[in-house]
Write a protein that binds this ligand. Structure first.
Ligand SMILES: [Zn+2]
Length: 365
């Protein structure tokens, strides 16, 4: 099997990086259509407008809230009418995924400007498409990665710290899922084999989380941008993105997709659900007790969920867990990349056991 490794074109990160956005984007065109989170639109737009209008003609539009086929079509029509030569996405994961899909529909370059370090969405050639009411629908695989990913760590540090923690939850899955694909010889997101570069970057992602995660979150809570904070933003955004896309996904993201089926958990972020998926997947795949201990302790230290209650699923019943497991084990899901056969019953048991262990640890402390 061939291996394939994918990268974003230019990855730019640092304090006040926004100042160079217009100059960077103008390398790819002279008109741009910006898709912004409502929060960005109301509170931050003047900063982006200033840097972009120095070099480009700009139209901006507020993101409707869900990365659905309907929303992509709505925005693509507007961007097309504006003759946009570049699309820019500014905001959180779903806004960015939507901008990528809009750029793809118009066949123009895309610049991705995350305002949160909460998911591994920015760097990948992938959009996760949901139904208009927020259930996972499908992965849209794009022919190319974003031309630009620009991360202003001043902006990231001004967002609520829970987003940084959620990003670490998403990044926490990266090494375990890539490692599963490596061991099983399962394909990465391109359908080809992962490369040693991708697996090494995925492992580095986990090492950075353990070494700097807690310190970075403390700095973020105090509104301080430190080297540790920069390392975690890079782990959450660049390494997690490269690691999942070119290393491959496994059970944790499949379980996340299953959890999106339960209405009660809709307010919990992608990273929080993925983190719980990691815990269940480690138990399901019989990882060493010391490793499971290390991962629970890490999650507890940065307030990532380790119990059903913490993902708004207190009192969840067997039937609902079976719904989660059926979605997680659907044909084509990445859970089948694990190095052992997985079925619905094993997923249900792993979910129950992950919650029980999380509760027992809390009672003991
Ligand atoms: Zn993810």
């Amino acid at each position: 099997m061939l291996s394939k490794t994918q990268f974003p074109g230019h990855y730019i990160q640092g304090y006040n990086a926004t100042e160079v956005l217009g100059e960077q984007v103008s390398q790819f065109g002279s008109t741009c259509f910006a898709v912004c989170d409502p929060f960005v639109h109301e509170n931050l737009w003047q900063h982006y407008d200033k840097t972009l209008t120095q070099k480009l003609k700009v139209q901006n539009e507020t993101f409707g809230g869900e990365c659905s086929d309907e929303e992509v079509q709505r925005l693509a029509e507007k961007a097309g009418a504006f003759n946009s030569e570049v699309v820019i996405g500014i905001g959180g994961g779903k806004t960015l995924d939507t901008a990528k899909a809009v750029a793809h529909a118009l066949n123009v370059p895309v610049a991705i400007v995350p305002t949160l370090a909460s998911t591994d969405a920015p760097c990948s050639a992938l959009s996760v498409i949901y139904t208009p009411d927020g259930q996972f629908k499908r992965y849209l695989v794009l022919p190319r990665n974003p031309e630009i990913v620009l991360v202003d760590t001043k902006v990231i540090s001004e967002a609520p710290p829970e987003f940084l923690a959620a990003g670490m939850g998403d990044a926490l899955a990266t090494w375990f899922e890539a490692q599963s694909c490596q061991q099983a010889g399962s394909p990465n997101m391109s359908g080809m084999k992962g490369s040693v570069s991708a697996f090494t970057l995925a492992e580095l992602c986990y090492e950075l989380l353990l070494e700097h995660g807690y310190e970075a979150l403390c700095a973020c809570r105090a509104g301080a941008v430190t080297p540790a904070f920069e390392h975690i933003v890079e782990a959450n955004t660049l390494l997690s993105g490269l690691g999942f896309e070119s290393g491959g996904l496994g059970a944790a993201h499949a379980i996340h997709n299953g959890l999106t089926m339960l209405e009660q958990a809709h307010d919990k972020s992608h990273g929080q659900k993925v983190a719980f998926g990691v815990l269940a997947s480690l138990i399901m795949t019989d990882r060493p007790a010391g490793l499971i201990e290390e991962v629970y302790a890490f999650c507890e230290s940065i307030d990532l969920p380790t119990t059903f209650a913490e993902i708004d699923l207190e009192g969840v019943d067997h039937e609902q867990l079976m719904t989660v497991a059926q979605r997680a084990c659907a044909e084509g899901e990445t859970i089948h990349n694990e190095p052992m056969p997985v079925d619905e019953q094993r997923v249900v048991n792993a979910l129950i056991a992950a919650d029980a262990l999380g509760r027992a640890r809390k009672e003991r402390h």
